[in-house]
Design a binder for this molecule. Sequence first.
Ligand SMILES: NC(=O)c1ccc[n+]([C@@H]2O[C@H](COP(=O)([O-])OP(=O)(O)OC[C@H]3O[C@@H](n4cnc5c(N)ncnc54)[C@H](OP(=O)(O)O)[C@@H]3O)[C@@H](O)[C@H]2O)c1
Length: 172
Amino acid sequence: MTNLNYNIIVARSKNNIIGNQRKIPWHIKEDLQHFKKTTIDCPVIMGRKTWDSLCKKPLPNRLNIVLSKSYTNNGIMLDNKTFGFNDYLKANLFIKDLYEFFIYNLPIYVIGGEQIYNLYLPIVDNIILSAIPEDFEGDSYFKFDKDKFDLYSNVKKEGYNIEYWSRKILEK
Ligand SMILES: NC(=O)c1ccc[n+]([C@@H]2O[C@H](COP(=O)([O-])OP(=O)(O)OC[C@H]3O[C@@H](n4cnc5c(N)ncnc54)[C@H](OP(=O)(O)O)[C@@H]3O)[C@@H](O)[C@H]2O)c1
């Protein structure tokens, strides 16, 4: 049976900011490369506002899933790599069916923004968090309960760290 592995990938400032006026308020080239390297070939799930904010869409070499309550149906094709859903459970089933059909064993990445991180937080297995050690002004946040996750790796990068959190077994 297919066991789906959901992961949040997020970059967050010291004061828990992830976005400001629909943009990420910093530009760290190394972190963009980390995002690309991590998510490449894997399905990515995002909210309609994050989708709208992408400079290049769809994200290439990834199955793009966009959530919006405005979509009149589930599984609508926005382009040949992107499917829109108004119900995230239907999106999850769609991915599960794909995995069972193609026998994929790839992680699934939840790539934001605030609303979609909160939607998936109760079911994700891992959080990959780029921790930017400064405060920023912003209007979108990401917070999670550290008692429910273990920090199993903390990789030092130039000017920031990438933290790898895994849900505690008892929480699964
Ligand atoms: N730092 C990072 O790693 C990072 C990553 C991604 C994004 N961001 C930032 O996050 C901010 C955007 O976050 P956000 O929370 O405003 O927007 P978002 O999560 O990207 O998208 C929100 C939209 O998703 C749809 N949606 C929400 N819940 C849904 C549900 N249960 N079912 C179906 N659709 C649902 C709605 O679309 P409709 O309104 O169309 O119904 C909603 O307006 C931006 O500033 C962006 O730059 C930061």
